[in-house]
Design a protein around this ligand. Structure first.
Ligand code: ADP
Ligand code: MG
Length: 270
C-alpha cells in the first residue's frame, strides 16, 4: 500500500532501484458506467515514468472519465488501476492523489481565493511552514512565467492564459510524480495557446514528470506526447506514436479522425 513519508514521497520512491523503466500508471481492463450507461469499456493503458501520453477523441468518448479513474476520483466498475505498482482503492485514493497533480477541465480555480491562495491551498492544509510554502510558490511562478505581482489577484482579475498557469502551479505545488491535465489549453485563443504549448513542453522536459494530457487536437497531441491514445465511445481505437496513427490507422475511425484534422490544416495551404 502507498503511504506518505515525512518528505511527502510515497514509500515506493525511496527504493534505490532504477524506476525509470517501470510503469507509473497502469490501467487494466477498466470499465465504468454512469447510471447503467457505459462510459469506458475494457480500457488498458500503461504509462512509463517520465513519458507523456495524450488522450484524444471526440467529446463524450470518455477522456475525462479515464483521467478521473487514474487519480482515484472515480473507481472502476471492473478492472484495476495501478499507481507505482499499487492498486488504487477507496482507502488509498486520497493519499495517492497528493502524488498526482490534476488540472481539471476549465481550470477549476476557486473564485473566492487569490492566485496565491489557490496554489498554496493544499500545502497550507498539510501544514507546510510559511517559508517553505512561499519559496515553492516563488519557484513555480518563475517556472511558469507568471508575474509575482499578479499572485494576489482573484481568478476573475486574471487572463485565461494566466488562470491556466495558476491551475498548473496548483497542480505542481506538492511536486507530484504525475501530472494529469484535462484540456489545459482548450479555452484559450490561438496565440496564448501557442505560447502555453511551448512553455508547457519545456516545463515537462525540465521537471521530467510523467504526464497524461487530454486534448481533442491532434497536432497538440503530437506536440506533447510519446504515446497518443485515441478513444471513441469509451474504447481505445488505437494507441502509439503519432506517426503510427497517421501511417497505419488501426480502424476506419482512426483514419477518419486523422484525416478530418489534417484536412482542416490542409485547407490553409496556398
Ligand atoms: P470526454 O471527456 O471525452 O468528453 P467524459 O469522460 O466526460 O468524456 O464522458 C464520457 C461519457 O460519460 C459521456 O457520454 C458523458 O455524457 C458521460 N458522463 C460523464 N460524466 C458523467 C456523470 N457524472 N454522470 C452521468 N454521465 C456522465
Ligand atoms: Mg472531458
Amino acid at each position: 500500500m502507498i503511504v506518505s513519508t515525512a518528505s511527502g514521497q510515497p514509500t515506493g520512491l525511496s527504493s534505490s532501484r532504477d524506476l525509470s523503466a517501470d510503469p507509473v500508471l497502469e490501467v487494466q481492463e477498466a470499465s465504468k458506467c454512469y447510471d447503467g450507461v457505459p462510459a469506458l469499456q475494457q480500457v488498458s493503458l500503461t504509462i512509463a515514468a517520465g513519458r507523456t501520453a495524450a488522450l484524444i477523441g471526440p467529446s463524450g468518448c470518455g477522456k475525462s472519465t479515464l483521467l478521473r479513474l487514474m487519480n482515484g476520483l472515480l473507481l472502476p466498475d471492473s478492472g484495476t488501476i495501478y499507481f507505482m505498482g499499487d492498486a488504487v482503492t477507496r482507502n488509498n485514493a486520497s493519499v495517492l492523489r497528493r502524488h498526482m497533480g490534476y488540472v481539471i477541465q476549465e481550470g477549476g480555480l476557486f473564485p473566492h481565493r487569490t492566485a496565491h491562495g489557490n496554489i498554496s491551498l493544499m500545502a497550507s492544509f498539510l501544514g507546510w511552514p510559511r517559508r517553505r510554502l512561499e519559496q515553492r510558490v516563488a519557484e513555480l511562478a518563475e517556472l511558469t512565467r507568471f508575474p509575482t505581482a499578479a499572485l494576489d489577484r482573484y481568478p476573475a482579475q486574471l487572463s485565461g492564459g494566466q488562470c491556466q498557469r495558476v491551475a498548473l502551479m496548483r497542480a505542481l505545488m506538492l511536486d507530484p510524480q504525475v501530472l494529469l491535465l484535462d484540456e489545459p489549453l482548450g479555452a484559450l485563443d490561438p496565440m496564448i495557446r501557442y505560447e502555453l504549448q511551448t512553455d508547457l513542453k519545456i516545463i515537462f522536459q525540465t521537471l521530467r514528470k510523467t504526464v497524461v494530457l487530454v486534448t481533442h487536437d491532434l497536432a497538440e497531441a503530437g506536440h506533447f506526447a510519446d504515446n497518443v491514445v485515441l478513444l471513441q465511445n469509451g474504447r481505445i481505437e488505437q494507441q502509439g506514436p503519432m506517426g503510427l496513427l497517421i501511417e497505419a490507422p488501426a480502424t476506419p475511425f482512426v483514419e477518419q479522425f486523422v484525416n478530418a484534422q489534417r484536412s482542416l490544416a490542409g485547407r490553409l495551404s496556398p
